[in-house]
Ligand binder design. Structure first.
Ligand SMILES: NC(=O)C1=CN([C@@H]2O[C@H](COP(=O)(O)OP(=O)(O)OC[C@H]3O[C@@H](n4cnc5c(N)ncnc54)[C@H](OP(=O)(O)O)[C@@H]3O)[C@@H](O)[C@H]2O)C=CC1
Ligand SMILES: O=C(O)[C@@H]1CCC=N1
Length: 274
């Protein structure tokens, strides 16, 4: 399938759909190749203004030509959305971004075995996302390639072999940007408390995350070694890290991520197939 002739349907037109759709249009896909189902009127208006695509309130036969259906609804609404859409899609490849919802459920609801589950993250909005992908057995090499092409403008992709690993991915890179923003907020707050103008404290916090991430990416050394290089003997970093260790912050953080992973599994149980 060629990106320049493919017909794509998005079910749900919120944050993640917009990130993927925006990337596709930047790659040269024509808005006329895309149909969106989005019940929220304001979101439909935004999709039309921002991307020039047609967004429909409800599923209908306009979905029939879609060769790829992208599921970008909340886990809680997936089942109802699928029940409305399934009768109108035929022989399509399905790509889901929903947290927790297992491919078994999606196969059951859509009547298709050609399903790729993915877990993207919001840096996809600026082309710096990390997306993990899992394919059911019926997904061909050409299907996988198409999915990679569709997601390429949103950032990097990697495949996992076991579907269960997507719950861990969700806890790590799916929710991960929120943890980074949380730390940025805390660092900026501390900077302001210590006397910096708040805007400058925020600028320093964001710049530090961006720079440290780039350094970790570019370096052949593990993060622990990079951390030790910052930590002068008897210096300021040592004082801060000692305080973090006394409060077992790393352990608390790991526990928080386990909670996210458990929640991903629960979403699959709660909102999965009957
Ligand atoms: N945000 C994130 O960081 C990430 C999110 N995800 C996953 O992406 C999915 C979408 O999340 P996100 O884009 O943030 O959510 P949004 O709420 O921004 O988008 C979901 C959209 O789907 C619409 N919708 C609801 N019911 C239906 C229906 N029956 N048919 C079609 N559309 C419907 C919603 O409309 P309305 O508002 O009217 O309900 C909403 O506009 C979720 O499953 C989430 O788990 C994955 C990775 C990261
Ligand atoms: O919080 C959530 O459930 C979704 C999945 C990963 C990021 N946001």
């Amino acid at each position: 399938m060629d990106l320049h002739s493919i017909r794509i349907a998005f079910i749900g037109g919120g944050n993640m759909a917009s990130a993927i759709l925006g990337g596709l249009l930047r790659q040269g896909l024509a808005p006329s190749q895309v149909q969106v189902v989005e019940p929220f009127e304001e979101a439909r208006g935004r999709l039309a203004r921002e991307f020039g695509v047609t967004a429909h309130e409800q599923a209908g036969d306009f979905l029939a030509p879609a060769q790829l259906v992208v599921w970008a609804v909340k886990p809680q609404t997936f089942r109802a959305a699928a029940q409305a859409v399934a009768a109108h899609t035929h022989n399509a490849l399905h790509l889901s971004v929903a947290a927790g919802i297992r491919s078994d459920s999606i196969a059951h609801w859509t009547g298709s075995e050609r399903i790729v589950r993915s877990m993207p993250n919001t840096p996809a909005l600026v082309g710096r996302g990390m997306t993990a992908l899992f394919a059911r057995a019926a997904v061909s090499a050409a299907d996988r390639q198409l999915v990679e092409q569709v997601l390429a403008p949103t950032g990097a992709t990697l495949w996992v072999d076991a579907e269960q690993q997507l719950d861990a991915v969700t806890a790590l890179s799916g929710s991960g940007p929120a943890y980074v923003f949380y730390f940025i907020e805390a660092m900026a707050r501390a900077g302001a408390e210590m006397g910096l103008p708040p805007a400058k404290a925020l600028q320093l916090a964001i710049g530090t995350f961006a720079g440290a991430s780039e350094l970790a990416r570019a370096s052949s050394e593990p993060p622990a070694v990079l951390r030790e290089r910052v930590t002068s003997k008897g210096g300021t970093t040592y004082a801060a890290l000692t305080s973090l260790q006394q409060d077992a912050v790393a352990d608390r953080f790991v526990a928080a991520m386990h909670a996210a992973c458990r929640r991903a599994a629960e979403l699959g149980d709660e909102f999965g197939r009957d």
